[in-house]
Design a binder for this molecule. Structure first.
Ligand SMILES: *Cc1c(COP(=O)(O)O)cnc(C)c1O
Length: 373
């Protein structure tokens, strides 16, 4: 199959998945019923039997995870300055304060030395992102958390199926949050999941995601915590189940395609390619830095030129501390040099399982032509 325009991300949705969605619609069990239960069971099985709960997005999941940990006003949560805005927003919406730290240039993951230095008596949790599917050093992360009695809410939005020393992210550690947005490694259209170390917190999230409702023995309902409306529809869960069945296959395909990117770009983009990682890397994105100083066009012009050649690209991500909302906390240019450099120079190239090696070649040919030596 040859693809026309290459977006930078696209899910694989097969005919069986589409009939599954239709079947669920026809069943009239449209929301938070048997498909949600089955999806949670499948997610739990994938993550070593740990309790899993699905929600409407990873952003909702991060917020509920923080609330389940009792984090709120007066508390600080440390997160990388180079990640998606969702993390900072989720923290802020609980009333807690996001504390940004820089990322490592090569792995693009939160710098744990900087993290340690940012810990104060108000710090309650760490919220690292496993950037683009490459896990943090989990031994170092959890050693730091334990030493300072901190919770860890792993933003694993880009890392479902990622393995650390052979074990899936989320199958160990504290709380992991996954995203099923269509740009991620598997999709439920919109959706997310939390995987927990403990059942009590899973049950807390189960109530928080649906108004805080508790059923009473007499058949009426009580609300004793202020909940939200973040429950996943069954139609979405049905797609999620079918996607999870193919997840490892999708991720293997991503690794194969990325190997071609490395093969084609290693010379010209020496020092600018993402960390290679190992067999456990789930490669949600392939995002080199651009050699802007030796290019005659800007990144925006390059993106336009790629688009004219039928190639989509993206920016993942802008530096969170330099957005208007978070500058208001006192952050400024120069605070986090690696994050700012990545934000300036990064470009996300097309990568999704339906691509062929010839599609990777097409992207590389265009990129090499547009970024002369
Ligand atoms: C996509 C993403 C999120 C949020 O996921 P949603 O399901 O869209 O809410 C959080 N963090 C990172 C790093 C992401 O890429």
């Amino acid at each position: 199959m040859t693809l026309g325009f290459l977006p930078f991300a696209r899910p694989t949705i097969d005919e069986q998945m589409i009939s599954g969605i239709a079947e669920t619609v026809r069943s009239y069990q449209l929301t938070s019923g048997p498909q949600v239960q089955a999806f949670e069971k499948a997610l739990s099985d994938y993550h070593g039997g740990r309790p899993a709960r699905v929600v409407t997005s990873a952003t909702a999941g991060l917020e509920l995870a923080l609330l389940a940990c009792g984090i709120g006003p007066g508390d600080e949560v440390i997160m990388p300055a180079q990640t998606f805005f969702a993390c900072a927003n989720a923290i802020s919406r609980t009333g807690a304060k996001p504390i940004f730290v820089d990322v490592e240039l090569e792995s693009r993951n939160m710098d744990l030395k900087a993290t340690k230095a940012a810990i104060t008596p108000h710090t309650r949790a760490l919220m690292p992102t496993h950037f683009a599917g490459h896990p943090l050093d989990m031994d170092a992360l959890y050693a730091l958390a334990q030493q300072h009695h901190l919770r860890v809410i792993e933003d694993a939005a880009l890392a479902i199926g990622t393995r650390w020393q052979g074990k899936p992210i989320g199958s160990f550690g504290d709380i992991a949050s996954f995203s099923f947005h269509p740009n991620k490694n598997m999709t439920s259209i919109e959706g997310g999941a939390l995987v927990f170390a403990n059942t009590e917190e899973a049950e807390k999230v189960e109530r928080l995601r649906f108004h805080g409702i508790r059923r009473l023995p007499d058949g009426t309902r009580d609300v004793d915590v202020v909940g939200a409306k973040y429950n996943m529809p069954d139609v979405h869960a049905r797609l999620g189940i079918a996607q999870l069945e193919r997840l490892d296959e999708f991720n293997a395909r991503r690794r194969l395609l990325v190997a071609r990117y490395f093969e084609r770009l290693s010379d010209r983009f020496s020092g600018m390619l993402p960390i290679k990682g190992d067999e456990g890397h789930s490669w949600n994105m392939f995002a080199p830095l651009l050699p802007l100083d030796r290019m005659t066009i800007s990144r925006a012009e390059l993106m336009k030129a790629l688009h004219q050649r039928g190639i989509g690209s993206g920016i993942s991500y802008e530096a969170v501390h330099l957005t208007t909302a978070y500058r208001a906390l006192g952050y400024k240019e120069g605070d986090f040099p690696n994050s700012e450099r990545i934000a300036r120079e990064t470009l996300t190239l097309p990568l999704f399982p339906m691509m062929g090696l010839e599609d990777i070649d097409r992207v590389c040919d265009a990129l090499l032509e547009l970024t002369p030596q």
